[in-house]
Ligand binder design. Structure first.
Ligand SMILES: NC(=O)c1ccc[n+]([C@@H]2O[C@H](COP(=O)([O-])OP(=O)(O)OC[C@H]3O[C@@H](n4cnc5c(N)ncnc54)[C@H](OP(=O)(O)O)[C@@H]3O)[C@@H](O)[C@H]2O)c1
Length: 228
């Protein structure tokens, strides 16, 4: 595929590397190459099959709108924009493009979400729940999109919405650590996912782009990762 990776930061740079290893042709655009959306006009996207976005909450909505209007499939790893999810879903469906997003492209984290979904029944048996998340000091949003997804999964599975508090820590070089703790008078249950590197995100994002090729519609990675 001809892929455009938006963002040459910690994750975008690795996505480009993994995509090249998987034999795709890759162009990368950071802030400079995409000034005023210049990398995302229908003309600049003419030869591109799909756009992968790992940028910032500030610019991601403008990037999405430009790609959808240019009729391009898009894979979005950037977090911090989900308050606009319904509007973007409507835009994608109206324009009949392909769109796939997730706060976490790691297969391990998606498996972890399934484990948390099963364990959430604890809240119906005298346990209280807490989520702790740790990330590197330069992460811009808090709580993390993955922590919010964990809280939603636990709330949906237990029927106890918003009962689980999230505590965020920003320190050092932590790639991404998420813990769920259920506690009763008798014991504690600890569930933990600790990302060792960003490679899991990058591989998931590139494989998601391959999965989305020639598809149309709005997809959440948690519903499709088993098909990769
Ligand atoms: N879904 C997942 O699996 C996953 C995994 C990791 C991270 N993330 C999310 O992905 C995002 C990026 O994370 P990161 O750790 O890679 O951040 P980062 O290292 O700060 O990189 C962000 C990059 O965005 C670029 N950028 C800013 N505005 C832009 C624009 N208008 N057009 C193109 N590029 C632009 C910046 O370019 P310059 O350097 O040129 O200014 C920078 O390289 C965050 O929202 C993070 O939460 C998601």
């Amino acid at each position: 595929m001809n892929l455009l990776v938006l963002g040459r930061g910690k994750t975008g740079a690795l996505v480009a590397e993994v995509a090249e290893q998987r034999k795709h042709r890759v162009r990368v655009a950071g802030t400079k190459e995409n000034e005023n959306g210049v990398a995302l006009t229908p003309d600049s996207l003419k030869l591109i099959d799909a756009v992968i976005d790992f940028t910032t909450p500030h610019c991601v909505l403008a990037n999405i709108e430009a790609c959808v209007k240019a009729d391009k499939n898009m894979i979005v790893g950037t977090t911090g924009w989900y308050q606009e999810l319904d509007r973007i879903r409507a835009l994608v469906e109206q324009n009949k493009t392909g769109f796939l997003y997730t706060p976490n492209f790691s297969l391990g984290v998606n498996l972890f979400l399934d484990v948390a979904r099963v364990a959430a029944i604890a809240l119906c048996h005298d346990y209280s729940g807490q989520i702790f998340e740790r990330h590197h000091a330069t992460k811009k949003d808090a709580p993390s999109g993955t922590a919010i997804a964990l809280r939603r999964v636990i709330g949906d599975a237990s029927g106890k919405k918003d009962e689980v508090e999230i505590t965020s820590f920003r320190e050092g070089e932590v790639v991404g650590l998420h813990e769920v703790v259920f506690e009763s008078g008798a014991d504690r249950i600890y569930l933990c996912h600790d990302a060792k590197s960003r490679r899991g995100f990058a591989e998931g994002a590139v494989r998601a782009a391959e999965w989305l090729a020639a598809k149309k519609g709005f997809y959440d990675f948690k519903d499709v990762w088993r098909e990769l």
